[in-house]
Design a binder for this molecule. Sequence first.
Ligand code: FA5
Length: 335
Amino acid sequence: MKEKIENLRKNYLEDSKNVVNLKDLEELRIKYLSKSGLLSSLLTLLKDAPKEDKPLFGKELNILKAELEQNYELLKQEKEKESFLNSLTNEKIDVTLPATTFNFGSIHPLNRVIKEVEDLFVGNGFTIETGPELETDYYNFELMGLPKGHPARSMQDSFYITQNTLLRTHTSPVQARTMEKQAPNPIKIICPGKTYRRDNDDATHSHQFMQIEGLVVDKGITFSNLLYYLEQLASHIFPNVLGVRLRPSYFPFTEPSVEVDVKFLRNGEIKYIEILGAGMVSPEVLRKGGYDPKIYSGFAFGVGVERITMLKYGIDNIKNFYLNDTRFLKQFKGE
Ligand code: FA5
C-alpha cells in the first residue's frame, strides 16, 4: 500500500509537469482527483489493508490527497492566468475595420397613407371601425342594396368561400354592421381594411387591395358636407392638388352617387385622376340599417388606398406594394 501511495504521488507530479493548458489540467483532474480517479480507487483499497496498518495508511492517504489538491489548485490559478493573458494578446480588435451595417425597417407606404387619412378624420371627430374580411353575402351585398341576381353585382366579382360567405369586395359592409350596432344614434366613422375582387391583375388592379370607407349619418347631413370632406381628403393627401371634380356615377347603396377625381397640373397640363366613389346613403340602406330616412340622412365614400398612394408617390405599378422588394421600400424611409 505504501508503495502504491508513493507511486501515485510520483506519477501525479510527473503528469502535472506536462500540463500546458486548461484542457490538459482538466484531464489531470479527471485522471487523479475525480470520483472515478486514481486517488479514489486507492482509497477504496484501504478497506482491504491489514487492520493494524489501516490508521497509518489512512493518514498517509489523507496527506497525499491534501497535497494533490493543493498542487492542482495552484496549477489551476497559474493556467487560468496564462489563458487570460493569451486571450488579451491574441484577440485584438481592429478598430479600422468597417463597421457592421444595420438595416432599419420603415413603415410601408400603404400604412403610411392609411395613417395620414386616419389622422385627418380622427382630428375631425371620426372614430375608426373595423369589420371581418370573410364576410357574408348578406352584409357585403344584400344590405348594400344588391340582392341576389342584381346586375350591379358583376361590378364586384367575388371570391366565394361558400354560397353565402365571401372575401369582402369592399369596406362598405362595415357601414351596414355599424348602423345595425348604433341605430338610431348618429354615426361618424372611417373603416380601413383589406378587400378582394376577382379582377384581372394589371398595373392598377390587384385581386387584393385596401380601401378606406367613410360614413356619416345624422340629422341634416347634406351633399355639401360630403364635398367638404372630399376636398379636405384630397388636399391632405396631395398637397399640390388644385381641387376635386365630381362625376355622376352609380352605386346601388348611394343616391345620388359620384366618382371623385383629383385635379392636378402635370407638365403644364390640367389632369384629372379618379380616386374614389361616394354619395348620399340611399333611403333603402338607411331603412335597412334602422334609420328613418325622413329624419336621418348620411354620406359615404370608399377610397382605394393603393390608388391614392400610387398617385402621391408616382408609383406606376400596384404590384410594387406586395413584392417586398427592399429597394422599393427603402425609398419611403424617414418620411
Ligand atoms: C366601391 O367599392 C364602393 N364600395 C365605394 C363607395 C363607398 C361608394 C361608399 C359610395 C359610397 P369601387 O368599386 O369604385 O367602389 O371601388 C372604390 C375604389 O377602390 C376605386 O376607386 C379604386 O380606387 C379601388 N379599387 C377598386 N378595385 C380595385 C382593384 N382591383 N385594385 C386596386 N384598387 C381597386
